[in-house]
Design a binder for this molecule. Sequence first.
Ligand SMILES: [Fe+2]
Length: 170
Amino acid sequence: MATHSSTYAGILGDEHRAQRTEIVAMLTKAYWMEIETVMSYIANSVNPDGVRAQEIVQSLRQDIQEELGHAQQFATRIKELYGVVPGSMKFSAEQTYLQPPEHQTDIAYIVKGVIEAETGAIEYYNRIIQTTEGVDPVTNDMMIAILRDEEGHRRLFEGFLREYQADGLA
Ligand SMILES: [Fe+2]
């Protein structure tokens, strides 16, 4: 009886089990990064006081939806690669730099925290892109699209920071 063992299944093939495991682990970390970013952005889109905060608050509100979408895409890809999306008990927080500032008018602190979060995502997603290059084109393509979102966020907040620095507020 003929088997399909010679059929090339790409990243889903048996011979790519080890690479799949590595990619699923990386996607799982990326998933938690997005989930934590959602938590941090919710808090930082509600807590700030003052006229100067409004632009940041509006921007973070939009970003929450985008980051949530990234988390859902990562979760979906984990399953497609035969992984299991972890439960909440596996979560551990890392974003020390995005905790609420001492004063709720300290917008520059939040802007810097957002830049740090986006920079971390950009660094890690570039690593996933390198790991999946030529191995898993679907994950690779997804990561490139999401990387563009993160670069866009960082660029926007760099602009906010420049304005604060020009005004002597950061
Ligand atoms: Fe994201």
